[in-house]
Design a protein around this ligand. Structure first.
Ligand SMILES: N[C@@H](CCC(=O)N[C@@H](CS)C(=O)NCC(=O)O)C(=O)O
Length: 200
């Protein structure tokens, strides 16, 4: 999702190949043995295997709203690293507590709130807009898809969280945005070798 958001924001057209993770095509594994998505194969043969690298590649080519320059890179990376290395594992545990029986879903949810969502709400309350100020940043777009997933685990609970008003507002703005809607609308069936190319 975040790679797709950045590609679209940057107006970079790439061929999209949807992957069913239960049936990874040989072409995916040939490009990237890691077998995770997303993977971007560049015309020169270089392969980008991390969503964040794809975001940066796209925005380095065109960044019409200045996501990269909205805040110093180190400050943006602090939020992104917290999300990717600590919040994402808690999100997985909150989503699938049966796979992680060491704690309960509610304990994982509380840990995720304490780690990321409350600090994020405070940052957003201070700016009344995006994480760093009036301008959307790479960090906002790198985090939003994960916060959206978190909210969706128990939407009724999330919507009742009056202690996270700025965060809820930020998420709602994203869900309502033309960029998010455009990416969501282009949902594809899994790619097969004979399929004609589909571009974003
Ligand atoms: N750090 C990687 C994480 C990628 C990742 O874990 N992707 C998941 C899907 S969202 C995946 O491909 N998992 C492989 C699998 O479930 O077999 C990135 O952001 O690109």
């Amino acid at each position: 999702m975040r790679a797709r958001l950045a590609l679209r924001q940057a107006g970079q057209q790439v061929e999209l190949r949807e992957v069913a993770l239960r049936a990874k095509p040989a072409e995916l594994l040939a490009a990237s043995i890691k077998g995770t998505v997303p993977v971007l194969v560049l015309p020169g043969g270089e392969v980008l295997e991390q969503s964040l690298d794809i975001m940066r590649w796209a925005l380095a080519r065109s960044d019409p709203q200045g996501w990269l320059s909205a805040a110093p890179e180190a400050e943006q990376l602090r939020w992104i690293e917290l999300n990717d290395t600590q919040f994402k594992p808690l999100l997985d545990r909150y989503k699938y507590p049966e796979r992680f029986p060491e704690a309960s879903a509610l304990q994982y949810r509380e840990a995720a709130c304490a780690l990321l969502l409350r600090p994020l709400d405070q940052a957003l309350a201070a700016t009344q807009a995006w994480i760093f100020g009036p301008q959307c940043s790479l960090a906002d777009m790198a985090l939003l898809p994960f916060v959206r997933q978190f909210a969706a685990v128990d939407a009724a609970w999330f919507d009742a969280q009056t202690e996270l008003p700025a965060l809820r507002n930020w998420l709602q703005g994203f869900v309502d945005s033309a960029l998010f809607k455009a990416v969501m609308q282009q949902r594809l069936p899994p790619w097969a070798p004979a399929q004609p190319p589909v571009y974003c």
